[in-house]
Design a binder for this molecule. Structure first.
Ligand code: SF4
Length: 201
């Protein structure tokens, strides 16, 4: 029987198991930082995530269905979070789309101020990378990018706007090329969340 990656004896013999255990720790750190920020501002973690997402993504993404997929939660969870954000005056809704049941959300001025107060929650993670060399960061990013793409292909991560899944991406010898930007991409240029992304057929 295959040994569990959570078995500490297994971890000691297998670097892959240690990497998975390490990724779990990092995801815990992300959750803890988000919870601390949420508590200090009287919001829930998903409410903060929605506000920050809306601040940096195009209108077409800022609706209940898309946000539910983006954050891997149910539509009622997103609807409830949006209701609270609206009640607090942090967002407004636009019902002008053809489908009368759907709406897009926008940040109010108060919402933009809240984003400015919340979006630094992951800085303690980012600051840990400052002492890592560029070469090591590029290697880490390459591995993470490939891992994310593979998890997306397996249906585990639902929404990805990465070059590898984009219709404009093509291989260029051993490198990468974007047909939309009409330029070669170094590995560090590969995007994980691209505004121009269009899913390949
Ligand atoms: S459009 Fe964006 S996601 Fe698509 S290949 Fe170009 S840079 Fe990558």
């Amino acid at each position: 029987m295959k040994k569990s990656i959570f078995d500490t004896k297994q971890q000691q013999q297998d670097v892959s198991s240690k990497i998975v255990a390490g990724l779990e720790r990092i995801s815990q750190a992300f959750k803890v930082l988000l919870w601390e920020k949420a508590k200090s501002l009287g919001l829930s973690p998903i409410q903060i995530q929605i506000l920050i997402f809306v601040a940096y993504h195009k209108t077409g993404y800022n609706n209940v269905s898309f946000l539910a997929k983006e954050f891997n939660v149910t539509k009622p969870t997103i609807s409830d979070a949006i209701k609270v954000l609206e009640r607090k005056g942090l967002i407004t809704k636009d019902h002008s789309s053809e489908d009368s049941r759907s709406y897009s959300i926008f940040l109010s001025d108060k919402g933009k101020q809240m984003v400015a107060q919340t979006e630094d929650f992951a800085n303690p993670l980012a600051s840990q990378l400052e002492s890592v060399s560029n070469g090591e960061k590029e290697t880490l990013f390459k591995t993470l990018g490939n891992l994310i793409y593979q998890l997306n292909q397996q249906g585990i991560l639902t929404v990805q706007r990465t070059c590898f899944a984009c219709k404009f991406y093509t291989k260029d010898g051993t490198g990468h090329y974007c047909r939309l930007l009409e330029r070669k991409l170094r590995h560090s240029d590969i995007r994980l969340d691209c505004d121009e992304f269009q899913e390949k057929a």
